[in-house]
Design a protein around this ligand. Sequence first.
Ligand SMILES: Nc1ncnc2c1ncn2[C@@H]1O[C@H](COP(=O)(O)OP(=O)(O)O)[C@@H](O)[C@H]1O
Ligand SMILES: [Mg+2]
Length: 268
Amino acid sequence: MRLLFSEVVICFSTLPSVPQKYFNIAGPCHSSEHYMLNPLRNIGKELISLIERKGYFVIHAARQSGKTTLLWELVDKINAEGKYYALYCSLEKIQGIVEAKEAMPEIIDVLKIAFYNSSIPKGELFAKGPSDIGFASLLQFELSKISKALDKPLIIFFDEADCLSNGTLISFLRQLRDGFVSRARVPFVHSIALVGMRNIRDYKAHIRDDSVTLGSASPFNIVTEVMTLKNFTKDEVAELYNQHTVKKSQIFDPVAVDYIFEQTQGQP
Ligand SMILES: Nc1ncnc2c1ncn2[C@@H]1O[C@H](COP(=O)(O)OP(=O)(O)O)[C@@H](O)[C@H]1O
Ligand SMILES: [Mg+2]
């Protein structure tokens, strides 16, 4: 009997513990770990419809407003649904690399890592092996190759897209545009989102200030839609705190919720 009892105790103590959810304030949220609102609650439908229409679009919003959280959720949802392959790729590491000649191969590398870390089958084929194609066409070539190899349309979400320096941004957009306009003949990415703090018009204005020529076929012409994120409403703030109340039975005084909303104006 005694032996049995100690066996039971061991069994319980070795069970994996369910992680406790908490309010995350350091980086993107994930519903398995954090109390959070559904990031797709306002713009999910519109985003999916843009993707259905093979759109290339911009999502811009202030720092810490839930952009990355939204992208992670969207990528998981799209991949779970199974109609497309969705890839998240942050361009944050490209910041500070001024020359396009150096930055473009680095973009290939971050994409390679993103494919490697994704569950996209054949993703490891992206930029596999050496290539003698130059930096002004390599991204387009590799995206075309992988789009051809995959058995479902590919969607890429480029986070922190405004980290690119002017020359790099132009080379990057030119290659996406060239791939975009030839899509009826040559396989290319089905839908692309450029995500960051800047609106596409601000990218253009910024480049004009630096008097870099965009030429006649502006690489910005591929963007069909510009979207932004909304702050939380007061009801949503209350809903977020209520998730904690449901788990822990700790009541939040409505006055406290009002005060939090007043202080933050719903900024996530
Ligand atoms: N859907 C959400 N529900 C609750 N909190 C959120 C949500 N989205 C963002 N936040 C809050 O905002 C912070 C920043 O989110 P993040 O996605 O990293 O924003 P961004 O990419 O715009 O900088 C998170 O740490 C979290 O505190
Ligand atoms: Mg972010």
